[in-house]
Design a protein around this ligand. Structure first.
Ligand code: GLC
Length: 432
């Protein structure tokens, strides 16, 4: 049943996505071939050069685990068609470069070994394959190159190749926890990919796998998963990109739908040497809280460089996030929306019926409060990161608000204007 198959996904809430490949060498993001209309021939030098001497997926797994991430997804093939795995269907692969390594296999072994769930990203788009549409396509690097105007493409042959590679990944690499297809656009969607056949194969070969919605969608629309009649390739979760759905995601009948916001730390998925516009850690922490408060997951991106190293800015950011998660992860893992109104100064997450987590991100001049809870309903209140008891006694200023639970974040008698954790202070409320 889908619910049990996806229960780990809903519990874990926080994952890493890794965008890595030849595009790390030009270091201008993973769309460089399309954006700069680079021919296969002109891009070949990166294949000839690719040799990430510092690739250490065990280090990557340690970074992810220390950040409090519970699962990861790595590109097995991105839109440029370069395979980071030893596909028998092409020589355009990492094992045929100087590197000579099956990067996917090493990644899966390392992340599984660290106790994380491990999945793969696979691009159904392929700008390297001769039978993928070129001229007139929305994004292909040769989309307006007249030399390709009359080129003939046997798209069924490409689909056989693409299906064959997905079969390889689902057969030769052990139990995959997640498959992130990317992405559908215009008529390139659904049955154009032979989606029913492809998704059936994936679920047959990997019965426990969780799959996204991008055989019929992308980051800007949901696909039929949000309808009352999902297609066979609707997938298990929606993938809002660089956005947090304002009210979560539900079907017309109000039934919640699994969703995962995929976000970059700077402005690029793939490594970009000069994009130093990284979020500060408190933004990531507060957005993770917001996402969980709305019932979603966060998939946070890292783009390793051409030598196989996760950028220092990302490592530092994840270290700070991890420190916060070590103190407050209980308010994220296994949590979701509370069904209550958003509090004035932060957000609420809930774990079952007994635990509420008040995430305070704004300073207060009075005790913080939750509407609809009376002190008599409460078993105990603690500062989550230290376990310290917090007082819920009312003062004369709160007497007029009997329908609120007031919690003091101050030394008795002296309101403290600075929060215990200015990034995000978490209060655990256990109900009777
Ligand atoms: C978009 C981008 C792609 C990236 C993906 C991540 O589809 O085009 O490069 O891999 O988002 O969700």
């Amino acid at each position: 049943m889908s619910g049990s198959r996806t229960s780990w996904f809903t519990h874990d809430r926080f994952g890493m996505v890794i965008h890595w490949g030849l595009y790390a060498i030009p270091a201008r993001g993973e769309w460089v071939r399309s954006m700069e209309k680079i021919s296969v021939e002109d891009y070949q030098k990166y294949f000839d050069e690719f040799n990430p001497d510092s690739y250490d997926p065990k280090e990557w797994a340690r970074i992810a685990k220390d950040a409090g991430m519970k699962y990861a997804v790595m590109t097995s093939k991105h839109h440029d068609g370069f395979c980071l795995f030893d596909s028998k269907l092409t020589n355009y692969k990492s094992t045929a470069t100087k590197c000579g390594r099956d990067l996917v296999r090493e990644y899966l072994d390392a992340f599984r070994g660290a106790g994380l769930k491990a999945g793969l990203y696979y691009s159904v788009i392929d700008w390297h394959h001769p039978d993928y549409p070129h001229y007139g396509d929305n994004f292909h690097p040769m989309r307006d190159n007249e030399a390709f105007k009359d080129a003939k493409h046997d798209f069924e042959n490409y689909l056989d190749y693409m299906h064959g590679q997905v079969r390889e990944l689902c057969t030769d690499y052990g139990k995959l926890d997640l498959l992130f297809f990317d992405f559908s656009y215009g008529k390139m969607s659904g049955e154009k990919w032979r989606g029913t056949e492809l998704m059936k194969m994936v679920y047959d070969l990997q019965p426990g796998i969780v799959v996204n919605n991008r055989l019929e969608a992308s980051g800007d629309q949901y696909g039929s998963i949000v309808s009352n009649n999902p297609s066979p390739y609707a997938g298990d979760f929606v993938t809002p990109e660089q956005i947090i759905p304002p009210n979560g995601i539900r079907r017309p009948n109000g039934e919640p739908v699994l969703w995962e916001s995929c976000l970059t730390m700077n402005n690029n998925w793939g490594f970009s040497q000069f994009d130093k516009c990284f979020y500060p850690p408190e933004v990531i922490i507060r957005k993770l809280v917001e996402i969980v408060s709305k019932g979603g997951n966060m998939l946070l991106n890292v783009g390793p460089d051409a030598r196989g190293r996760i950028p220092e800015e990302s490592v530092k950011l994840l270290q700070t996030v991890g420190k916060w998660m070590r103190g407050n992860g209980a308010s994220i893992y296994g949590c979701g929306g509370s069904g209550r109104a958003k509090p004035d100064f932060g957000r609420l997450t809930a774990k079952g019926e007994k635990f509420l987590y008040l995430h305070v991100t704004e300073q207060t001049i009075c005790p913080v409060y939750i509407q609809g809870i009376k002190p008599a309903d409460v078993k105990k209140v603690r500062l989550l990161s230290t376990g310290a008891e917090l007082s819920t006694e009312n003062t004369w200023v709160t007497a007029g608000y009997p329908d609120y639970l007031f919690i003091r974040l101050d030394e008795h008698g002296r309101p403290s204007y600075s929060l215990p954790d200015p990034m995000c202070t978490v209060i655990e409320i256990e109900l009777k």
